[in-house]
Design a protein around this ligand. Structure first.
Ligand SMILES: *[C@@H]1O[C@H](CO)[C@@H](O)[C@H](O)[C@H]1NC(C)=O
Ligand SMILES: *[C@@H]1O[C@H](CO)[C@@H](O)[C@H](O)[C@H]1NC(C)=O
Ligand SMILES: *[C@@H]1O[C@H](CO)[C@@H](O)[C@H](O)[C@H]1NC(C)=O
Length: 493
């Protein structure tokens, strides 16, 4: 999930059938009777989501988006309930579309919530994973200003990240959430294009909001955003160095339960599963026999072969599905929980709310349907999945840009152990000192909420009593984490 979510597993099954399907006809890929599409839908339904379309590729109607401006933003007037500490008039909540520069016809949708506290707070961007799931999952279920109550009204989130930041949620890559295009060629297949789009957006955003350009900027997100975030942070850093456009005041990037280094993270699945008693020693030894092939394909994928990336996907996800065969109906985003029937989480209120006509009018999205998770956006990133995005990180650390890797301890999918392992293995000037740094308790209002380790710009935090979506499971601790980290108070020293 990134929150996203989802699914190595779904892709697993779907890529196993991919090679099969390809041998018949590649046209089947977009055929609605395709078996892998059926699989994709099944997995999206585990979250109780039923997007009407597989991707937002549409023919825009005349009343769609006002097109004279590249960035079109609308002040939001939604009905807010309860006491916020501010009046509705004071609140600057916006929704907007950005006509992406290097595309045929793509429009990127975003929410922008100015801080409830102080406009000098940092600007924080949030990216949900999937790949292909909307960042509104995080907005409404994790760290946004409000949540959707059972009666479909909004209630304030006491621990919304807009209490300490000016917060932006982006629907991306193109075709996700309310973001759309009318041209298939705008579908993204790699992080270079994805990070260029995000870079073009943030340039346009600061151009439209010059009052925020000197604030600190932090890039955050979850799950598959473990790919997006390092690539985008590097893109910003390069732009700054080359004096492209507006200087972006990038101060740090944070990844929650991310997938960043598949070689190390796929190795850790069995270690985590054994530690958590999900499998026994015999299972462990058997499943580990699958790893050398996975590792070999990942290495071939890293050195260029796109086919190798698909094979890597197939071989590596065998490890994950072998574990799940033993684990059964446990929720792989939170192994304390069981999936009931088809249902592992219920995020359906978000879909109902965002497809309400009155809400859509307020958002200025015209008649665009909300695509909560796009199976085609995900499918298009099939060769991106097994690549490592660690390589761009050390130059950022050496220039003093902060990195926070945090992980809820009960997530299997992007588990804390695999994240801790790649963070410790990363080559940079502070590697030894980070390795030798003490683990100390992360305490929030006297309660132990996790264990953290820090050296210089690098911090790792394991969060207690949380699964894949830390701000959903531990909202107070997650807000404290963001606040301390952006104020430079999370580190040991
Ligand atoms: C809807 O639910 C919220 C929170 O549970 C409650 O505060 C509010 O009064 C309810 N509104 C209506 C119209 O029932
Ligand atoms: C380990 O678990 C498997 C099922 O996953 C079971 O068949 C086997 O008997 C167990 N082995 C031991 C030594 O407990
Ligand atoms: C750290 O937290 C654990 C619980 O997570 C607790 O048992 C331990 O006493 C704490 N250590 C210190 C030094 O506070």
């Amino acid at each position: 999930m990134a929150s996203s979510i989802f699914s190595l597993l779904f892709l697993t099954i779907f890529l196993v059938s991919l090679s099969h399907v390809l041998s018949y006809s590649s046209k089947n890929l977009l055929d609605s009777h395709d078996p892998m599409k059926t699989m994709a839908e099944k997995f999206i339904r585990q979250l109780n989501l039923f997007p009407k379309h597989d991707i937002n590729i549409i023919v825009p109607s005349k009343d769609q988006i006002v097109d004279q401006q590249r960035l079109f933003e609308k002040k939001l007037i939604l009905s807010y309930l309860g006491h916020s500490g501010a009046t509705v008039q004071d609140l600057a909540h916006h929704a907007g579309y950005y006509h992406l520069l290097h595309t045929k016809a793509a429009r990127m949708f975003y929410f922008f919530f100015e801080s409830r506290n102080n406009k000098n707070d940092p600007v924080v961007m949030w990216l949900t994973g999937g790949p292909g799931c909307s960042s509104e999952l995080a907005l409404f279920y994790e760290n946004g200003p409000f949540r959707i109550s059972h009666n479909m009204s909004l209630v304030w989130n006491e621990f919304g990240w807009d209490k300490v930041s000016n917060l932006i949620y982006i629907d991306q890559p193109t075709g996700t959430g309310f973001s759309y295009t009318s041209d298939n060629r705008d579908i993204r297949h790699n992080e270079a294009d994805i990070s260029n789009d995000l870079y073009d957006f943030i340039q346009a955003f600061f151009n439209a909001h010059p009052e925020y350009v000197n604030n600190d900027l932090y890039i955050t997100g979850e799950s598959y955003a473990g790919h997006y975030i390092p690539a985008f942070a590097s893109r910003v850093h390069q732009g700054n160095k080359k004096k492209e456009g507006i200087h972006i005041n990038l101060k740090g990037f944070a990844i929650g339960n991310g997938m960043t280094n598949p070689e190390i993270q796929f190795k850790s699945y069995t270690d985590y599963a054994l530690d958590m008693k999900l499998i026994n020693q015999t299972d462990y030894d058997n499943i580990n026999k699958l790893y050398p092939k996975c590792q070999q394909q990942i290495n071939s994928c890293g050195t260029g072969g796109e086919d190798a990336c698909l094979y890597a996907f197939q071989d590596c996800t065998n490890i994950f599905s072998s574990i799940m065969d033993i684990v059964g109906d446990k929720n792989y985003y939170d192994i304390r929980k069981t999936c009931e029937g088809n249902l592992c989480y219920d995020f359906s209120r978000m879909e109902t709310y965002l497809n309400d006509n009155q809400v859509k009018r307020a958002l200025g999205v015209g008649d665009i349907e909300f695509v909560s998770c796009s199976s085609i956006v995900k499918q298009a990133l099939g060769t991106d999945m097994m690549k490592s995005f660690v390589v761009g990180i050390p130059p950022l650390l050496e220039d003093g840009i902060n990195l926070l890797i945090y992980a809820g301890e009960y997530d299997l999918m992007c588990n804390w152990l695999g994240n801790s392992n790649w963070v410790h293995a990363m080559e940079w000037s502070g590697k030894r000192d980070f390795g030798a740094a003490p683990s100390i308790n992360f305490t929030v209002e006297g309660e132990d909420k996790g264990v953290q380790k820090n050296h210089g710009p690098l911090t790792f935090l394991k969060v207690h009593d949380a699964g894949h979506m830390v701000p959903m499971d531990q909202p107070k601790a997650a807000l404290a984490m963001l606040q301390r980290w952006t104020q430079g108070k999370l580190s040991n020293t």
